[in-house]
Design a protein around this ligand. Structure first.
Ligand code: UDP
Ligand code: MG
Length: 312
């Protein structure tokens, strides 16, 4: 199998047939073997019936129905894990991504990249203040925090080297951070400008709540990428500094009490110094617990702390 196309969908009944039609056209023109994996993320609008009809038309189609609505990330993960192609392409079901961009994404992989990510440059052309600037700020923040500089983290349309897609472990709403997670695996990433079209029918599945959730996920990604194998280095360092400061301060106060006969009962400094010691000890302990968790985390999923690029 050359190319697997993964389509996560939730209540997209009327968008499926047109998308399928376009995908088939593009793949025929490309002339390689392909499969289309539709992952129905617990739709309730009759998308399944539509998918059944499409399946009877086209043997290249495979359909996975999730037992309940599990989110776009989980739907993508399901498609990735069941894909068999040398190349895996992910695309939105609502028509916002243009299948005609797929050949250009695939071409980037043939040039030696592991991940070609779409950049919907024209997306918010008409909504400068409400959408374009916030989106720019979000992408800049994510780029800075993860160290993988991209213009458009949110674009589903991406082409992956097959083994990379199948190796990815995605949780929560992590599909937005796939490039950062892939970079950790040592992937070479490039960005390709793609067409953006408004969704055909139906409504977006996300509201403003996504901003906060994205921020929390960003925190997780950042923490996992930088410190997941050495949590004691973050917590332990701060803990030691605070503990040392608190210890010295407490010692100074004890000296004042014993030798200079000062009253400490009415001095906030005492409270603060003791607080520093307690917090310091707790942070060091947290770091140690983190170290134990890190070992469980890596060993329970047989996840090595390194990624081999090549072996002779
Ligand atoms: N989607 C999904 N499960 C969900 C929410 C969304 O599979 O719980 C799919 C949805 O059908 C679409 C894609 O993920 O194909 C992107 O969703 P949407 O268009 O709502 O997001 P937006 O384009 O507004 O970022
Ligand atoms: Mg959409």
């Amino acid at each position: 199998m050359d190319v697997s196309i993964v389509v996560p969908l939730y209540n997209e009944r009327d968008n499926l047939a047109p998308l399928h039609h376009e995908l088939v056209q593009v793949m025929r023109d490309l002339g390689c073997s392909y499969e289309i994996l539709f992952v129905d993320d617990g739709s309730t609008d009759g998308s399944v019936e539509e998918l059944r009809a499409i399946k009877t038309l086209n043997d290249h189609v495979r359909v996975f129905r999730l037992a309940r609505n599990s989110g776009q990330t989980a739907a993508l993960a399901c498609g990735f894990h069941h894909s068999t192609g040398d190349i895996v392409v992910a695309i939105d079901a609502d028509g916002e991504n243009d299948p005609h961009d797929i050949p250009r994404l695939i071409a980037q992989l043939k040039d030696g990249c592991d991940l070609a990510s779409g950049w919907r440059r024209e997306r918010w052309r008409d909504a400068r203040w409400t959408r374009r600037i916030p989106s720019k700020a979000a992408n800049a923040l994510i780029s800075r925090m993860t160290g993988v500089v991209l213009h458009d983290y949110g674009c589903t349309l991406k082409a992956y080297r097959g083994d990379l897609a199948r190796r990815l472990r995605l949780y929560g709403e992590m599909h937005r951070f796939v490039p950062a997670i892939a970079a950790e695996e040592g992937a070479r990433i490039t960005e390709v400008e793609v067409n953006f079209r408004p969704r055909r029918t139906g409504a977006s599945k996300y509201g403003p709540g996504r901003i906060l959730r994205t921020l929390l996920d960003l925190l997780t990604v950042r923490f996992l990428s930088v410190y997941s194998t050495r949590p004691i280095q973050v917590f332990g360092l701060i803990g030691l500094l605070m503990g040392a400061l608190g210890g010295l301060w407490t010692a100074a106060l004890v000296f004042e009490k014993l030798f200079l006969h000062q009253h400490l009962g009415n001095r906030p400094a005492l409270l603060l110094a003791v607080l520093f010691v307690v917090v310091g000890v707790q942070l060091v302990s947290l770091g140690l617990i983190g170290e134990m968790l890190a070992r469980t985390y890596h060993e329970s999923q047989a996840k090595p702390v390194y990624v081999i690029k090549e072996e002779f």
